[in-house]
Design a protein around this ligand. Structure first.
Ligand code: FES
Length: 426
């Protein structure tokens, strides 16, 4: 089955492509879309940011998130819609107004990082539309400033870029915006003269892809067949049991432990680069690994839940006991990495490769427990200590799949639980 996705509304169908190619390489080497840039290639500079959208047929809803195209692999984008800077329009002709505002207010001299800035800002606007009811088209400028966290600028400086974020906000001080091409003189400083952002002008999730997803979903429901790509290098697991079986099968055949990679957002490639994997097991579409559930004693969630989704859930459901964790998790990497990277993947990096994980440290202090599938019909529950030490039975089960994580939030409601980061980020 061919790889199918939408690129700025256009249908892209690829039957002979390597699914482990990064989206950035595909954009720059196989299309004429050169606005998305390669900076660091490891999720650290934001020059490559695009927005990926996922349609959920069961709720008829679309979720748009900013991601790093230097880390996202083509296989993960099957049945998704991708918007690049070209999809937003140019500074002269941009209906969503991000490029127009960025160029008009910050007057950038070089357009290297700017497409990534615009896409990060656009991702932040979409995120706010999803999470809060936007007050009369005005946005929280502080949250928009956070959306460009992880996007580096070496020429213009951040002050005018932050001003662009403010220009969308509900409490803008016109003095902050200074001179810009929309106001010829400081005396003309009126908000009405700035281009107005209307979410109605944003790119829409393509109808052809919606219909394709609906049809494939009903085919799965009626026949039980998979609608995933079929490729010798990229296998989409449909359940935890399926993923475990695949892992065991390929691990037995492999000469080194690095040959097989379990993948959700592939953000670990920003840390462990140049590792050559011969097989990718995609667990990002397994429904049970995306469950997030508030229980009477805490929160239980699947290992494939993104770091961003966990932060949102903690903010919405556990304001008291969860706010400390959510605040700390916001300091992990950039919003784009947090949108794509899974909590489980982060913990696995800490366990297998000794990655200095903030999440593992916080969960260890919090008394988290984890569920691992160690055979097709056997699960074990481990404390974070056992998990990180690789003891408590893990050595007896060389093939194991992390499936669920539990945080005992209720037991911390009365007590103060605080975490600190030695090198803070804004
Ligand atoms: Fe730097 Fe992707 S190129 S984050």
């Amino acid at each position: 089955m061919a790889l199918l996705f939408a690129l700025n509304g256009r249908k892209i169908e690829l039957s002979d492509v390597d699914p482990s190619m990064t989206l950035l390489e595909f954009l720059r080497c196989h299309t004429d879309l050169k606005g998305t840039k390669l900076g660091c290639g490891e999720g650290g500079c934001g020059a490559c940011v695009v927005v990926a959208s996922r349609y959920d047929a069961s709720t008829d809803s679309v979720e748009d998130v900013s991601i790093n195209s230097c880390l996202a692999l083509l296989g993960s984008l099957h049945l998704r819609a991708v918007t690049t800077i070209e999809g937003l329009g140019s500074s002269k002709n941009s209906a969503p107004r991000c490029p127009a505002k960025v160029s008009g207010i910050s007057r950038v001299p070089v357009w290297f990082c700017t497409p990534g800035m615009c896409m990060s800002l656009y991702g932040g606007l979409k995120n706010q539309q999803r999470r809060v009811s936007v007050d009369g088209g005005k946005y929280e400028s502080g949250a928009l400033e956070q959306s460009i966290q992880g996007s580096l600028c070496r020429c213009t400086g951040y002050r005018p870029i932050v001003d662009v974020c403010k220009s969308f906000g509900s409490s803008v001080d016109v003095e902050d915006l200074g001179l810009n091409i929309f106001w010829k003189d400081r005396k003309d400083g009126r908000m009405e003269l700035l281009p107005c952002y209307d979410p109605g002008d944003d790119p829409k999730f393509p109808e052809f892809l919606k219909q394709e997803i609906i049809q494939r979903q009903s085919a799965i429901d009626s026949t039980g067949t998979s609608a995933m790509i079929e490729h010798e290098k990229w296998i989409c697991a449909t359940s935890s049991g399926h993923a475990f079986g695949l892992l065991k099968h390929f691990q037995t055949r492999s000469k080194t432990s690095k040959e097989v990679k379990i993948v959700v957002g592939n953000t670990s490639a920003g840390v462990y680069r140049d590792w050559d994997h011969s097989v990718f097991i995609d667990i990002s579409r397994i429904p049970e690994l995306h469950v997030v559930e508030a229980r009477s004693d805490g929160i239980e969630f699947g290992a494939a839940v993104s770091i961003a989704k966990l932060i949102d859930f903690l903010d919405e459901n556990f304001k008291k006991a969860g706010s400390g964790i959510a605040k700390h998790l916001r300091k992990v990497a950039s919003p784009h990495v947090r949108n794509a990277g899974s909590v489980g993947g982060n913990l696995i990096m800490a366990q297998k490769f000794g990655f200095d994980s903030d999440i593992a440290t916080v969960f260890l202090g919090f008394g988290a427990t984890l569920k691992l599938l160690v055979s097709p019909d056997k699960q074990v529950i481990q404390s974070m200590e056992e998990f990180l030490e690789g003891g408590g039975g893990v050595d007896d089960y060389p093939s194991s799949l992390l499936t669920m994580i539990f945080l005992p939030l209720r037991s911390h409601e009365a007590a103060e639980f605080k975490t600190y980061r030695a090198s803070p980020r804004l």
